[in-house]
Design a protein around this ligand. Structure first.
Ligand code: BES
Ligand code: MN
Ligand code: ZN
Length: 479
């Protein structure tokens, strides 16, 4: 999909040739003398367009307007949320196979957040997954013109949003692919192809190298699968070597059956999304390649399958992690923390300015926060504040959760330094407390995206979260 930013007012919008013109109308719209203004004023006066965000009116072949269809869409006060809602419903209203060229304009001067929301929403509403369909019907909308009275002012925000959209769609693509089309080896291939882009390098470690590093916890999770594990190391070098990198670690379980502590059959297919953290890291690198900011970023992706066979780890087994801590695996379904802990230790070598891990880690986090906000855990207040703020600005929000030491009580065991589970209570927090034991050498934060990385039900699929949050966070750190 191709986006273009143009300077124009409502009179220009009426002259723009396109298959559909979406006019976003805010509550305090002041009509001018042009044809669209007149149409809008009449429609509002007649009460045919409600002023609630998400309400719209589709008109065909309207005289004086070059666009074949016109959608008048209310955006209420014009907040990012309202614009997102309005654009998603307007695009849904014109899902005709002939709408290839779309123009979106604002009836009044928008806020920057509203412009960003409009771009993200068109991409989201028109996205179609096709990779494993035999006769794919792809995305209908091919070209989108965003018309604003003062386009120049929004150029930077617009370009950043386009990069974010590329990253979000890259993450969605990989997260949506079924496990047999997104094995650890194929994920590593995706990282390799990203390394063809400017300033990106990648290194792939296999079972031998990982064994040599002593990643006993990661290896234990992978050992029942025929698919060899991969440990992906990505570098984006946009700044001087002397500038400390931010490390992003993405959980890359290409399938999580639970292992011997097997999951129920219902909805087990959704565990192909258990590499959404990894996909978000790949998505961020895709966006970085586009924007070329002056920062350094390292991406680490431990990737494997959690299956079961004669070689499976068993409840009660004790494994030794890369930093020497022994772990009693009381539940083989708490595997994410086992692969992440070794990546957290590996991250020490970069002397990072911060490490953020991103993981579909716990069902408990879904219960706590639902699908709206990702769980944010950090013992570092400034880092937590930066990530929280990035989530608000990018409309990809998170919410900080506690990390009191009392929550770690349940991880105690007589048979190892730590157990990998601590009972049902506060499950998202106890998982974070487990990770924290391996992240004491640098400022660290953990994002539990179990509830936000994908949607269940009819519109089942990856959301591309939290690519927008992470990208916003990284760009805000650019000096
Ligand atoms: N990948 C799951 C977490 C998950 C569950 C994400 C459902 C999205 C939807 C993770 O590996 C897992 O199985 N966690 C267990 C931990 C428990 C055994 C302590 C869970 O949340 O049930
Ligand atoms: Mn699991
Ligand atoms: Zn998992």
């Amino acid at each position: 999909m191709n986006f273009e930013l143009k300077t124009f007012d409502l009179a220009d919008a009426a002259r723009e040739k396109c298959d559909a013109l979406i006019v976003l109308v805010n509550d305090d719209f002041k009509p001018g003398n042009d044809v669209l203004s007149t149409l809008l004023a009449q429609t509002l006066k007649a009460g045919d367009l409600e002023t609630k965000a998400g309400k719209s009116l589709v008109l065909y072949h309207t005289s004086g307007i070059a666009g074949a269809r016109v959608v008048l869409a209310s955006i209420a006060a014009g907040s990012a949320k309202d614009v997102h809602k309005a654009v998603v419903s307007a695009v849904a209203a014109i899902k005709a196979p002939k709408v290839k060229k779309l123009t979106i304009c604002f009836a009044s001067l928008p806020e920057e957040a509203a412009v960003r929301a409009a771009v993200v929403a068109v991409a989201e509403a028109s996205y179609v997954y096709t990779t494993t369909k035999s006769k794919p019907e792809g995305r209908v909308i091919q070209q989108v013109v965003v018309g604003l009275p003062n386009a120049a002012k929004f150029k930077t925000a617009f370009d950043r949003t386009l990069a974010a959209v590329l990253g979000i769609e890259y993450a969605k693509e990989w997260a949506n692919r079924p496990a047999n089309h997104a094995t650890p080896t194929l994920l590593a291939g995706a990282a390799r192809s990203l390394a063809k882009l400017a300033h990106i390098k990648c290194e792939i470690l296999g079972p031998k190298e990982v064994a040599k590093l002593g990643m006993g916890a990661f290896m234990a999770v992978a050992q029942a699968s025929e698919e060899p594990l991969r440990f992906i190391v990505l570098h984006y070098n946009g700044a001087a070597k002397s500038q400390a990198a931010t490390v992003l670690i993405g959980k890359g379980l290409t399938f999580d059956s639970g292992g011997v502590s097997i999951k129920p059959a219902a909805e087990m297919d959704e565990m192909k999304f258990d590499m959404s953290g990894a996909a978000s890291v790949l998505g961020v690198f895709r966006a970085l390649a586009e924007l070329q900011p002056a920062i350094n970023v390292v991406g680490l992706i431990p990737s494997c399958e959690n299956l079961l066979d004669g070689r499976s780890i068993k409840p009660g087994d004790v494994v030794t992690s890369m930093n020497g801590q022994t772990i009693e695996v009381l539940n083989t379904d708490a595997e994410g923390r086992l692969i992440l802990c070794d990546a957290l230790t590996y991250a020490e070598r970069f002397k990072p300015r911060a490490v953020v891990d991103i993981a579909t880690l716990t069902g408990a986090c879904m219960i706590a926060l639902g699908g709206v906000r990702s769980g944010l855990f950090s013992s570092n207040d400034p880092l937590a504040a930066s990530l929280f703020a990035a989530g608000e600005i990018s409309s990809d929000p998170c919410w900080r959760m506690p990390l009191d030491d009392d929550y770690a009580e349940g991880l105690k065991t007589s048979f190892a330094d730590v157990a990998n589970v601590a009972g049902r209570m506060g499950g998202a927090i106890t998982a974070a407390k487990f990770l924290q034991r391996f992240a004491d050498k640098y400022p660290w934060a953990h994002l539990d995206i179990a509830g936000t990385a994908w949607k269940s039900g009819l519109a089942k699929g990856a959301t591309g979260r939290p690519v927008a949050l992470l990208l916003q966070y990284l760009l805000a750190e650019e000096k």
